[in-house]
Design a protein around this ligand. Sequence first.
Ligand code: PMT
Length: 393
Amino acid sequence: MIGGRRVLLAVTGGVAAFKAATLARLLIERDAQVRAMMTVPARKFLGSNTLAAITGHPVIVDLFNDAESVSPHTEAAEWADLVVVAPATAASVARLAQGLSSDPVTATIMAATCPVVVAPAMHTAMWKHPATQRNLDTLRSDGVAVLGPIVGRLAGGDRGPGRMMEPEELLEGIQALFAAPLRGVRVLVTAGGTREAIDPVRFLSNHSSGKMGHAVAAEAARRGAETTLVTCSPLPSPPAVKRVDVVSAHDMAEAVSSIEVDVAVMTAAVADFRPQKSHGSKLARSEGFNVLELAPTRDVLGEVVGRKTRPRVVVGFAAETGNVERAIGKARKKGVDLMVANDVTIPGSGFESDNNQVVLIRRNGEAEPWPLQAKSRVAAGLWDEVTRLLEEG
Ligand code: PMT
């Protein structure tokens, strides 16, 4: 599992940096190839010579004065199968969430396409601060795995949540990541709101940001699936995901039609109607424009369900306004294996929000309400369900 894998251990500046040495040793004992990098503050807590001696390789500490490489961060990013940030301080979590590539660790992660794990370590007050929690939610929706922290004794003698996971626990978490339960499974995810052109400057669309779909794709890739994301959203691509950008329902249907998969998760808010006629040049006010004639769009989900080689599992999403019970009928009519219904009128949920409150509808019509939670958590729960369906056959 972990044997032969290339793990880049990135150490940032907290007291728990000393545990990174044990983690490096444990990884090497499991036959992983380990290289290390450290930020300047990390070296106040642990000497780079210690990690160099354990890993048998020089430690990257500087982006500019490295005698061996002109571009240490991109070379390290290309080399790694996994980056583990341990410990991850509140400041490094914040920099990562904002994409600030101001030190070797964040610059490398910005350049990496492999999975990333962070193991936060900080005082309880810093851990509980809304800014830290917001930053971690951002990282989770970018596909980063967050391991820990645990409750325990902290620097300064306090006790509470914020202590970095012990190296043995981190090793277990890293091994679980490499176990990749969806390895070999081909996954398609649609995301975002389609735009149906009225003329070259105007369109019909909806409020979908693509956050839900990108979180679903990120989680699939994190679990090892070969993931294609067909998206209308400008959000960045999750790591290790093949991306196809589309604009209209027709574009989405065309893109999806050539992708053979085992699992399709259709989170996109596809317009049901498009303007009958899309004008080639901008309509002028003086031309008068009172009536917009509409025509139905292609049913992307319907086309996937109706294929000769239907994916083994098809998941639909249903955006409802007030009555999620309607989604049970929609699930039956659409012929999906799972339907994820969300009431998009609930404040802080549905469109554009980082969170979602959904009801999972199974094949037998059973409806299971889930609490309001981060979209990354909805995605994780959804992939647990899909994995069960795949195992049942
Ligand atoms: O993108 P976010 O801002 O994160 O918001 C997430 C979300 C609210 C968009 C998402 O959670 C959601 O509910 N997605 C489905 C939106 C929708 O189009 O629902 P619907 O009930 O109209 O469609 C049902 C299903 O049919 C969906 O899987 C949809 O992708 C599919 N469909 C609909 C019409 C069409 N022409 N083709 C389709 O494939």
